[in-house]
Design a protein around this ligand. Sequence first.
Ligand code: CTP
Ligand code: MG
Length: 237
Amino acid sequence: MHEPDGPGRDAGPVIALVPAAGRGVRLGADAPKAFVPIGGVPMLGLAVSGLMAAGVVDEIIVMVPAQLVEATAALLPPAAPARIVAGGAERTDSVRAGLANAGDAAYVLVHDAARALTPPTLIARVVAELRAGHRAVVPALPVVDTVKTVDSAGVVTGTPDRSALRAVQTPQGFAADVLRSAYEHPEAATDDAGLVERLGIGVRTITGDPLAFKITTPLDLRLAEAVLDGKQVVGRC
Ligand code: CTP
Ligand code: MG
Protein backbone atom coordinates (compact mmCIF):
# COMPACT_ATOMS: atom_id res chain seq x y z
CA MET A 1 0.00 0.00 0.00
CA HIS A 2 1.18 3.50 -0.85
CA GLU A 3 1.39 5.52 2.36
CA PRO A 4 0.58 9.24 2.43
CA ASP A 5 3.76 11.31 2.26
CA GLY A 6 2.69 14.76 1.10
CA PRO A 7 2.05 18.11 2.73
CA GLY A 8 -1.03 16.86 4.59
CA ARG A 9 -4.33 18.30 5.67
CA ASP A 10 -5.20 21.99 5.30
CA ALA A 11 -1.90 22.89 3.66
CA GLY A 12 -3.44 25.56 1.42
CA PRO A 13 -5.53 26.41 -1.62
CA VAL A 14 -6.65 24.02 -4.33
CA ILE A 15 -6.36 25.45 -7.85
CA ALA A 16 -7.95 23.63 -10.77
CA LEU A 17 -6.39 23.96 -14.21
CA VAL A 18 -8.84 23.26 -17.02
CA PRO A 19 -7.23 22.53 -20.41
CA ALA A 20 -9.74 23.73 -23.02
CA ALA A 21 -7.43 24.88 -25.81
CA GLY A 22 -7.65 21.83 -28.07
CA ARG A 23 -9.13 21.95 -31.57
CA GLY A 24 -11.27 18.84 -31.25
CA VAL A 25 -10.12 17.27 -34.51
CA ARG A 26 -11.70 13.90 -33.71
CA LEU A 27 -15.03 15.49 -32.83
CA GLY A 28 -15.00 17.45 -36.09
CA ALA A 29 -17.38 20.21 -34.94
CA ASP A 30 -17.36 23.79 -36.25
CA ALA A 31 -16.00 25.20 -32.96
CA PRO A 32 -13.05 24.13 -30.79
CA LYS A 33 -14.31 21.14 -28.77
CA ALA A 34 -14.56 22.80 -25.33
CA PHE A 35 -16.91 25.40 -26.86
CA VAL A 36 -19.30 22.84 -28.33
CA PRO A 37 -22.57 22.84 -26.36
CA ILE A 38 -24.20 19.90 -24.61
CA GLY A 39 -27.81 20.61 -23.73
CA GLY A 40 -27.17 24.24 -24.70
CA VAL A 41 -24.16 24.78 -22.40
CA PRO A 42 -20.55 24.69 -23.71
CA MET A 43 -18.51 21.77 -22.38
CA LEU A 44 -16.16 24.24 -20.69
CA GLY A 45 -19.06 25.80 -18.77
CA LEU A 46 -20.27 22.39 -17.62
CA ALA A 47 -16.77 21.39 -16.49
CA VAL A 48 -16.34 24.63 -14.52
CA SER A 49 -19.81 24.20 -12.93
CA GLY A 50 -18.82 20.69 -11.82
CA LEU A 51 -15.63 21.98 -10.21
CA MET A 52 -17.59 24.69 -8.36
CA ALA A 53 -20.25 22.21 -7.22
CA ALA A 54 -17.59 19.95 -5.70
CA GLY A 55 -17.05 22.62 -3.03
CA VAL A 56 -13.34 21.85 -2.69
CA VAL A 57 -11.76 24.12 -5.32
CA ASP A 58 -10.60 27.63 -4.41
CA GLU A 59 -9.74 28.91 -7.87
CA ILE A 60 -10.07 27.78 -11.47
CA ILE A 61 -7.73 28.65 -14.35
CA VAL A 62 -9.02 27.79 -17.80
CA MET A 63 -6.70 27.57 -20.79
CA VAL A 64 -8.40 28.33 -24.12
CA PRO A 65 -7.28 29.07 -27.70
CA ALA A 66 -5.60 32.51 -27.72
CA GLN A 67 -8.24 34.04 -29.99
CA LEU A 68 -11.03 33.04 -27.55
CA VAL A 69 -9.55 34.40 -24.30
CA GLU A 70 -11.78 37.50 -24.31
CA ALA A 71 -14.98 35.75 -25.39
CA THR A 72 -14.73 32.97 -22.80
CA ALA A 73 -15.79 34.85 -19.64
CA ALA A 74 -19.37 35.13 -20.92
CA LEU A 75 -19.53 31.33 -21.30
CA LEU A 76 -18.62 30.51 -17.70
CA PRO A 77 -21.11 30.28 -14.82
CA PRO A 78 -21.77 33.66 -13.13
CA ALA A 79 -19.45 34.24 -10.16
CA ALA A 80 -17.08 31.45 -11.21
CA PRO A 81 -13.77 32.01 -9.36
CA ALA A 82 -12.02 31.68 -12.70
CA ARG A 83 -9.16 33.23 -14.65
CA ILE A 84 -8.82 32.70 -18.39
CA VAL A 85 -5.42 32.34 -20.06
CA ALA A 86 -4.19 31.32 -23.51
CA GLY A 87 -3.28 27.63 -23.92
CA GLY A 88 -0.65 26.23 -26.28
CA ALA A 89 -0.16 23.96 -29.27
CA GLU A 90 -0.13 20.69 -27.27
CA ARG A 91 -2.09 19.82 -24.14
CA THR A 92 1.19 19.82 -22.21
CA ASP A 93 1.81 23.43 -23.33
CA SER A 94 -1.67 24.41 -22.15
CA VAL A 95 -1.17 22.86 -18.71
CA ARG A 96 2.22 24.54 -18.42
CA ALA A 97 0.60 27.91 -19.22
CA GLY A 98 -2.00 27.32 -16.50
CA LEU A 99 0.58 26.20 -13.98
CA ALA A 100 2.54 29.42 -14.55
CA ASN A 101 -0.53 31.28 -13.25
CA ALA A 102 -1.14 29.04 -10.22
CA GLY A 103 1.44 30.70 -7.97
CA ASP A 104 -0.05 30.17 -4.53
CA ALA A 105 -1.54 26.69 -5.00
CA ALA A 106 -0.79 23.99 -2.45
CA TYR A 107 -2.63 21.44 -4.58
CA VAL A 108 -3.34 21.47 -8.29
CA LEU A 109 -6.08 19.59 -10.10
CA VAL A 110 -5.82 19.19 -13.86
CA HIS A 111 -9.26 18.56 -15.30
CA ASP A 112 -10.11 18.28 -19.01
CA ALA A 113 -12.96 20.48 -20.22
CA ALA A 114 -13.80 17.51 -22.43
CA ARG A 115 -14.81 15.49 -19.32
CA ALA A 116 -17.76 17.82 -19.00
CA LEU A 117 -20.08 15.47 -17.06
CA THR A 118 -17.61 14.48 -14.32
CA PRO A 119 -19.55 14.12 -11.05
CA PRO A 120 -18.57 16.66 -8.36
CA THR A 121 -18.28 13.74 -5.92
CA LEU A 122 -15.33 12.37 -7.91
CA ILE A 123 -13.61 15.77 -7.80
CA ALA A 124 -14.13 15.90 -4.02
CA ARG A 125 -12.70 12.40 -3.60
CA VAL A 126 -9.50 13.35 -5.45
CA VAL A 127 -9.02 16.40 -3.22
CA ALA A 128 -9.71 14.36 -0.08
CA GLU A 129 -6.88 11.99 -1.05
CA LEU A 130 -4.53 14.95 -1.57
CA ARG A 131 -5.50 16.47 1.77
CA ALA A 132 -4.87 13.07 3.35
CA GLY A 133 -1.27 13.40 2.17
CA HIS A 134 -1.07 11.57 -1.16
CA ARG A 135 1.02 13.59 -3.61
CA ALA A 136 -0.39 12.35 -6.91
CA VAL A 137 -3.92 10.96 -7.30
CA VAL A 138 -5.69 9.83 -10.47
CA PRO A 139 -9.16 8.35 -11.04
CA ALA A 140 -8.98 5.06 -12.93
CA LEU A 141 -11.33 2.36 -14.21
CA PRO A 142 -10.68 -1.22 -15.33
CA VAL A 143 -10.28 -1.62 -19.09
CA VAL A 144 -13.22 -3.44 -20.66
CA ASP A 145 -11.63 -4.42 -23.99
CA THR A 146 -8.69 -6.75 -24.40
CA VAL A 147 -5.74 -4.56 -25.42
CA LYS A 148 -3.03 -5.54 -27.93
CA THR A 149 0.35 -4.02 -28.69
CA VAL A 150 1.17 -3.91 -32.41
CA ASP A 151 4.19 -3.11 -34.59
CA SER A 152 4.31 -0.45 -37.31
CA ALA A 153 2.69 -2.89 -39.77
CA GLY A 154 -0.21 -3.51 -37.37
CA VAL A 155 0.90 -7.04 -36.51
CA VAL A 156 0.20 -8.01 -32.90
CA THR A 157 3.28 -8.12 -30.72
CA GLY A 158 1.65 -8.82 -27.39
CA THR A 159 -1.42 -9.01 -25.19
CA PRO A 160 -0.90 -7.26 -21.84
CA ASP A 161 -2.66 -8.82 -18.87
CA ARG A 162 -5.92 -6.87 -18.79
CA SER A 163 -6.32 -7.24 -15.05
CA ALA A 164 -3.28 -4.97 -14.58
CA LEU A 165 -4.54 -2.26 -16.96
CA ARG A 166 -6.53 0.85 -16.03
CA ALA A 167 -8.01 3.67 -18.09
CA VAL A 168 -7.30 6.96 -16.32
CA GLN A 169 -9.53 10.00 -16.13
CA THR A 170 -9.41 13.51 -14.73
CA PRO A 171 -9.31 15.40 -12.44
CA GLN A 172 -5.76 14.31 -11.72
CA GLY A 173 -4.58 15.84 -8.46
CA PHE A 174 -1.08 16.73 -7.32
CA ALA A 175 0.77 18.47 -4.55
CA ALA A 176 1.73 21.67 -6.39
CA ASP A 177 5.49 21.15 -6.02
CA VAL A 178 5.21 17.68 -7.57
CA LEU A 179 3.45 18.94 -10.70
CA ARG A 180 5.86 21.87 -11.00
CA SER A 181 8.84 19.49 -10.92
CA ALA A 182 7.17 17.24 -13.50
CA TYR A 183 6.67 20.18 -15.84
CA GLU A 184 10.31 21.26 -15.63
CA HIS A 185 10.96 18.49 -18.15
CA PRO A 186 10.16 19.31 -21.76
CA GLU A 187 8.60 15.98 -22.80
CA ALA A 188 4.97 15.79 -23.85
CA ALA A 189 2.57 13.27 -22.30
CA THR A 190 -1.11 12.48 -22.79
CA ASP A 191 -1.72 12.79 -19.06
CA ASP A 192 -0.06 14.71 -16.27
CA ALA A 193 0.50 11.69 -14.05
CA GLY A 194 2.70 10.30 -16.84
CA LEU A 195 5.18 13.13 -16.25
CA VAL A 196 5.03 12.62 -12.47
CA GLU A 197 5.73 8.88 -12.87
CA ARG A 198 8.98 9.76 -14.68
CA LEU A 199 10.14 11.50 -11.49
CA GLY A 200 9.77 8.18 -9.67
CA ILE A 201 6.94 9.52 -7.51
CA GLY A 202 4.16 7.06 -6.63
CA VAL A 203 0.83 7.85 -8.28
CA ARG A 204 -2.21 6.65 -6.35
CA THR A 205 -5.27 5.48 -8.26
CA ILE A 206 -8.79 5.81 -6.91
CA THR A 207 -11.93 4.36 -8.46
CA GLY A 208 -13.03 6.59 -11.32
CA ASP A 209 -16.56 7.21 -12.57
CA PRO A 210 -18.07 6.25 -15.94
CA LEU A 211 -19.57 9.76 -16.17
CA ALA A 212 -16.07 11.23 -16.21
CA PHE A 213 -15.63 9.85 -19.75
CA LYS A 214 -13.84 12.09 -22.23
CA ILE A 215 -15.98 13.45 -25.03
CA THR A 216 -13.76 12.73 -27.99
CA THR A 217 -15.91 11.57 -30.94
CA PRO A 218 -19.39 12.43 -32.31
CA LEU A 219 -20.73 9.27 -30.62
CA ASP A 220 -19.40 10.50 -27.24
CA LEU A 221 -21.22 13.80 -27.81
CA ARG A 222 -24.50 11.96 -28.46
CA LEU A 223 -23.95 9.93 -25.30
CA ALA A 224 -23.34 13.10 -23.28
CA GLU A 225 -26.52 14.70 -24.70
CA ALA A 226 -28.50 11.59 -23.75
CA VAL A 227 -27.06 11.55 -20.22
CA LEU A 228 -27.97 15.21 -19.68
CA ASP A 229 -31.47 14.67 -21.14
CA GLY A 230 -31.97 11.77 -18.74
CA LYS A 231 -30.88 13.87 -15.76
CA GLN A 232 -33.33 16.64 -16.67
CA VAL A 233 -36.18 14.09 -16.96
CA VAL A 234 -35.27 12.62 -13.55
CA GLY A 235 -35.06 16.16 -12.13
CA ARG A 236 -38.61 16.92 -13.29
CA CYS A 237 -40.12 13.82 -11.64
N1 CTP B 1 -6.21 20.59 -24.81
C1 CTP B 1 -5.60 21.82 -24.54
N2 CTP B 1 -4.61 22.28 -25.37
C2 CTP B 1 -4.22 21.56 -26.43
C3 CTP B 1 -4.81 20.30 -26.70
C4 CTP B 1 -5.81 19.83 -25.87
O1 CTP B 1 -5.97 22.49 -23.58
N3 CTP B 1 -3.27 22.05 -27.21
C5 CTP B 1 -7.33 20.14 -23.96
C6 CTP B 1 -8.62 19.90 -24.75
O2 CTP B 1 -9.31 21.15 -24.96
C7 CTP B 1 -9.36 18.92 -23.89
C8 CTP B 1 -8.24 18.17 -23.15
O3 CTP B 1 -7.04 18.90 -23.38
O4 CTP B 1 -10.22 19.53 -22.94
C9 CTP B 1 -8.11 16.72 -23.61
O5 CTP B 1 -7.66 16.71 -24.96
P1 CTP B 1 -8.43 16.02 -26.16
O6 CTP B 1 -9.59 15.26 -25.70
O7 CTP B 1 -7.39 15.35 -27.02
O8 CTP B 1 -9.05 17.31 -26.93
P2 CTP B 1 -8.60 17.93 -28.32
O9 CTP B 1 -7.12 17.98 -28.40
O10 CTP B 1 -9.35 19.21 -28.44
O11 CTP B 1 -9.20 16.87 -29.34
P3 CTP B 1 -8.44 16.17 -30.59
O12 CTP B 1 -7.23 15.46 -30.00
O13 CTP B 1 -9.46 15.24 -31.14
O14 CTP B 1 -8.06 17.28 -31.53
MG1 MG C 1 -5.97 16.14 -28.38
